[in-house]
Ligand binder design. Sequence first.
Ligand SMILES: [Fe+2]
Ligand SMILES: [Fe+2]
Length: 257
Amino acid sequence: MNILVLGDVVGEIGCEFLRKKLPALKKLKGIDFCIANGENSSTGNGITPYSADYLFSSGVDFITTGNHVFRRKEVFELLDESEFIIRPMNFHPSCPGVGYRIVDLGFNSIGILNLSGAMYLDKCACPFETADKAIEEMKKQTDIILVDFHAEATSEKKALGFYLDGRVSALFGTHTHVQTSDATILKGGTGYITDLGMCGVIDSVLGVDKKIVIDKFRFGMPVRFDGATGDCMLNGCIFTIDEKSGRCTSAEAIDLR
Ligand SMILES: [Fe+2]
Ligand SMILES: [Fe+2]
C-alpha cells in the first residue's frame, strides 16, 4: 500500500498548486491514501472548513494539523465531527477535536496519529507518553499506523522516530516547512523522515513574503505576515507499507516543482 504524506500546505496558492499537481502524482505513483498537513491551508494561516474542503476535493483523504489548528474558530465544529481531520493528541483534552482516527478503507484500516513537539512550541503533554498510550489503543484496531509529529526540534523528531521504531508503520515530521534529506526505513521497519517540507511558494520563508520576515528578524517589530507569491513546490514522502505486517518497505521523499 502506497501512502503519500504532504508537508504543511500554505495558503491559497499552496492549495491551488496541490490541486494542480496531486491527481497526476497519485496516478503515477499508485497512491492508495493521501494525508496532508493542513494547519496553514487557510488564507492568513490556520484551517477553515472551506480550506479543508478544498484539500479534500483536490484528492487529499486525510488532514493532520499542528500548533496553528485553533487559529480559526469556525473550524472547531469540523474538528469535533469530521472523521478525517485530527489535531495533536497531546494538546489538552478539553480542546476541540481528537488526536487520532482509524480510517476504514474497506480492504484494510489505517490509523493516523498527530502529536505536537514539546520543545519550542506551546505547552503540551509529553509526546512520548501520549504516543505509548495512543498506539496501544490503535493497535487493537489496526497494524498500519502513521504518525505526523508536528515539531520544531529535529532532535525531538529523531528521538521519537527511534522510540516508536517497530511499533508504527511510519513517522514523519512537519512544522518547519523545510524538507530534510533523510527519508529512510529505521531498523525496526518504521518509515521515517524528519520533516516533509511544505506545499507552497519556493521563494519564501515558510510561505511568508521573505522581505517581511527579514524585517521582522532585523527590527523585531510586529508585522503582518502576508503570503508570498511565485512558483510553488509540493513536498512530501511516499511510504510503501506491507499491509500484513504494517512494516514500511520503501520511503521516497517527494519534491515536485
Ligand atoms: Fe506549518
Ligand atoms: Fe506548525
